[in-house]
Design a protein around this ligand. Structure first.
Ligand SMILES: C[S@@+](CC[C@H](N)C(=O)[O-])C[C@H]1O[C@@H](n2cnc3c(N)ncnc32)[C@H](O)[C@@H]1O
Length: 324
């Protein structure tokens, strides 16, 4: 229950983030017992590179406190969508924090927003979406993989988020998002292999006053098909971007500096530039030798209010016909 708001102390059943180093971050359950592979109840012990941790000992500890291990120490932190994303059990490819931030910004999400998402996958993005729209908003998330939908549902319940999310097992390309959601959503997010097939259903779900749509695709061919469908259906402000995070290293370096003083001739008073250079130590930001690779394209679009749509669709159809 540790995802829904902050609290001081770890309670039994909480999902806790164990932070050892920047590359050694884990999620663990503050539960005295766990089931082994044979289905027997055993003591819940988490093995770390710095020694074993008895999870029962976490109960009652303050979030943020330092805990001792036999060969080192770590910190126990309250989970956030960012920490969950780097520690969650992967069932699929997931959306990471840089893309997640851009999605939440561009979809203009705020507390109270109604969001439709497919597919749910490992629930990485869902956690970020829920935090952005709670306490009065709601996430409707769909996946056609039964076990993934069920596991995500269990996880949301376990994290105390069940009131903010409805998980549905459905093929959204075939069957859409359901009549119940007609004209309800402020925003739709698609992370699907064939997003262009779900875009007409998204149109039905978005509010008559309009809304925003985002589709995440790794391949440019998927983007092209989605953009054509968005254009055909009267979406506007269609924009595709890629978020490439660059991390600069801050280092001290010696740099040559030109001495700009002038030398004045005693003979005739003429000035000549001093040509000497001196080395000074300075703090610099060094760009990485290699850039992070491609993750995926984010395509955003705006659905205008209903009164502005019909005119736009006929204009767009003319564009498509001209292009053909
Ligand atoms: C890449 S994963 C989504 C990951 C998710 N965004 C996250 O951050 O964890 C794509 C998911 O879409 C689901 N999916 C694919 N086609 C679908 C369809 N037609 N209807 C519903 N779900 C679909 C897959 O089962 C898979 O779980």
């Amino acid at each position: 229950m540790s995802f829904d708001g902050y609290k001081d102390k770890i309670e039994e059943g909480d999902t806790v983030i164990l932070y050892l180093t920047i590359t050694q971050v884990y999620c663990i359950k503050a539960e005295p017992k766990t089931l082994n592979k044979k289905g027997n109840l055993i003591e819940n012990v988490f093995q770390t590179p710095y020694g074993a941790l008895k999870c029962a000992e976490l109960i009652g500890k303050y979030y943020g406190s330092k805990i001792s291990l036999s060969k080192g120490w770590g910190y126990v932190l309250q989970p956030t969508p960012e920490l969950w994303t780097i520690t969650l059990p992967h069932r699929t490819q997931i959306i990471y924090t840089p893309d997640m931030s851009m999605i939440i910004l561009q979809l203009e999400l705020c507390p109270g927003s109604i969001v439709v998402e497919s597919g749910t996958g490992s629930g990485s993005l869902s956690h970020g979406l829920i935090r952005a729209i709670k306490p009065h908003g709601h996430l409707y998330t769909f996946d056609f993989h039964k076990t993934r939908a069920e596991t995500a549902q269990e996880e949301f319940k376990d994290h105390g988020l069940a009131n903010y999310v409805t998980v549905t097992h459905r093929d959204v390309c075939e069957n859409g998002f359901g009549d119940d959601l007609d004209n309800k959503a402020n925003a739709v997010f698609l992370d699907l292999p064939h997003p262009w097939l779900a875009i007409p259903h998204s149109l039905k779900s978005l509010k008559q006053t309009g809304g925003r749509l985002c589709s995440f695709s790794p391949c440019i061919e998927q983007v092209q098909k989605s953009c054509l469908m968005l254009l055909k259906l009267g979406f506007q402000e269609i924009q595709t971007m890629e978020v490439l995070q660059t991390q600069y290293a801050v280092q001290q370096r010696s740099l040559p500096v030109v001495n700009l003083d002038f030398l004045k001739s005693e003979k005739d008073g003429t000035e000549t530039e001093k040509k000497d250079r001196e080395m000074i130590k300075t703090i610099t930001a060094i760009p990485p030798p290699t850039q992070p690779g491609h993750t995926g394209y984010l395509t955003f679009a705006t659905l205008p209010p209903i009164w502005a749509r019909n005119l736009q669709i006929s204009l767009n159809q003319d564009d498509i016909n001209d292009a053909d």
